[in-house]
Ligand binder design. Sequence first.
Ligand code: BTN
Length: 250
Amino acid sequence: MRRTSLIGEVMIELSEIDSTNNYAMSLINEGMAEHGMTIKADYQTQGKGQQGNTWLSEDSKNLLCSFILDTQSFEIHRQFILNMSACLAIANYLQESIGLPNISIKWPNDIYAGNKKMAGILIENTLRGSCWSHAIVGIGLNINQSQFPTNNLATSMSVETGQHFKVKQVLTQLLPYVNHYYKIFVSEPERILEEYNNFLYKAGEPMLFKKHHELVTGKILGVDETGAIEIEIDGKVKHFKHKEIDMVLN
Ligand code: BTN
């Protein structure tokens, strides 16, 4: 019987590509994709971020990679659990392996060090009929870049530690975390939500939110099993889906 390959066992390394997620999507569309295939690039000419944004990254300084997962045996509603699992893999790697003390997950899927973003995740899914066929988990992790266009809202492993890292080595060290959390996603998905909530950025702190152009004060309580964020506003617990509310960060 064929053993399911580990994520990262098959790796395609590219010096330049439009987007590693697009490359992964082409492999899937051409029937060439296998579970666990990993695409890594030094540079992306059209790196994609969340919500149609561009993901900019200086050449060879950061980790730009996509993992192809065969998801056909899972219900489509597990998508948010996969999203949380990917966040936990990166957050735990940065905390345990790099020793960063201030790592958190900003809902839904940004990895923060202190009040700055260190990594972003873009998951693209493919369907066959109504079944979830593949997930492409795209990760942009800032490693050696020290200047960012986004008004100092971003940071990197190097900025936080004062050290230089080898990008390929970071990926090699991250892969056991990715495989560990993928295994939990498969066999113990109920464990993921609690772990995710333990990393939640700004949980329990009163702060400002923007809700339909209106500013409100509230306190994040946690994320529920549907992936909605629970915020206490005026003594009442309200649930918001992605894009229904924004944190106002200064
Ligand atoms: C975000 O906006 O926070 C998500 C950023 C995801 C960027 C990564 S880089 C590797 C992969 N390929 C892409 O085009 N995007 C993802």
